[in-house]
Design a protein around this ligand. Structure first.
Ligand code: CP
Length: 298
């Protein structure tokens, strides 16, 4: 692994190695001695991913470089490519990038000599979210084989859904989709369920928000919860051991009843906590792979 650009590029062995490293980081962190800089280039809004990477970097002893696209020279027309090359030239040792294009990675990764982590690519990929989701599921069930995972909501426009389908299928889970017709990705050859079927089938119900910012037409959501969302009545019909997940941000009262966000079976805030350890593992592994730190320091 030279970069982390797509969830599907990871082998099962690499995934489980990252899980093992993340688990170690829960209990202890040996900060990296070398002075290493990480550029956090977020060109789309973020609360969790950006903050999680910053905390993960500081816990590892790395130095985050602040960047805000609105106050950067991108406002003067500088491209993503030239911004990346600038950070590399100035001394960044690794870059964490989020950008609205689905395939920005192909225009960047072959031309830089430092590790790149994809923190979100349009509606196509969010591999670190996928890894933290898989880690959360693994912590709960200790395996993936024969687990029924239902991904529900705005699948068509969701990078989380696309990355999770690649990764969770590779790990052995059964994936089902549940969405209104206009939010279903019809290119995906996976079984469809209504939400009433989904709550009874799922061991893990992974909810997604409606991504209005990516839609060309405004989708009315006044009846969304009753028709497609997780209501309290539907939650009562879930299996005893089933869990609820959501990458967040959550639109309470749309894809999920607001009172269920922190219910016993919800893992929504645990996902965020796990994300710090998983991102520490990803960055540490990449720095080892590039020979920038030794593997003896953990
Ligand atoms: N889950 C996620 O990517 O959240 P942010 O957009 O807040 O980073």
């Amino acid at each position: 692994m030279r970069h982390l650009l797509r969830a599907g590029s990871l082998s099962k062995e690499q995934v489980y190695d990252l899980f093992a490293l993340a688990k170690q980081f829960v209990h202890s962190t040996a900060p990296i001695d070398e002075q290493l800089f990480v550029g956090n280039l977020f060109m789309e809004s973020s609360t969790r991913t950006k903050t999680s990477f910053t905390v993960a970097e500081r816990k590892l002893g790395l130095e985050p470089l602040s960047f805000t696209s609105e106050t950067s020279s991108m406002t003067k027309g500088e491209s993503l490519y030239d911004t990346v090359k600038t950070f590399e030239s100035i001394g960044a040792n690794m870059l964490i990038i989020r950008h609205e294009q689905d395939d920005w990675m192909d225009d960047i990764a072959p031309f830089v000599n430092i590790p790149i982590v994809n923190a979100g690519a349009g509606k196509a990929e969010h591999p670190t979210q996928s890894l933290l989701d898989a880690y959360t599921i693994y912590k709960q069930f200790s395996q993936f084989t024969d687990l029924n995972i239902v991904i529900s909501g705005d699948i068509k426009y969701s990078r989380v859904a696309h990355s999770n389908i690649h990764l969770l299928q590779k790990l052995g889970a059964n994936i089902y989709l549940s969405a209104p017709d206009e939010l279903m990705d019809q290119t995906l050859d996976l079984p469809h369920l209504s939400m009433d079927e989904a709550v009874e089938r799922a061991d893990c119900l992974m909810l997604l928000r409606v991504q209005h910012e990516r839609h060309e037409q405004l989708l009315a959501t006044s009846n969304y919860l009753e028709q497609y969302g997780l209501t309290k009545e539907r939650e009562q019909r879930m299996k005893d051991r089933a869990i609820i997940m959501h990458p967040a941000p959550v639109n309470r009262g749309v894809e999920i009843d607001g009172d269920l966000v922190e219910c016993d079976r919800s893992r929504i805030f645990e996902q965020m906590e796990n994300g710090v350890y998983v991102r520490m593992a990803i960055m540490k592994q990449l720095l080892i792979n590039w020979g920038l730190v030794s593997c003896q320091s953990y």
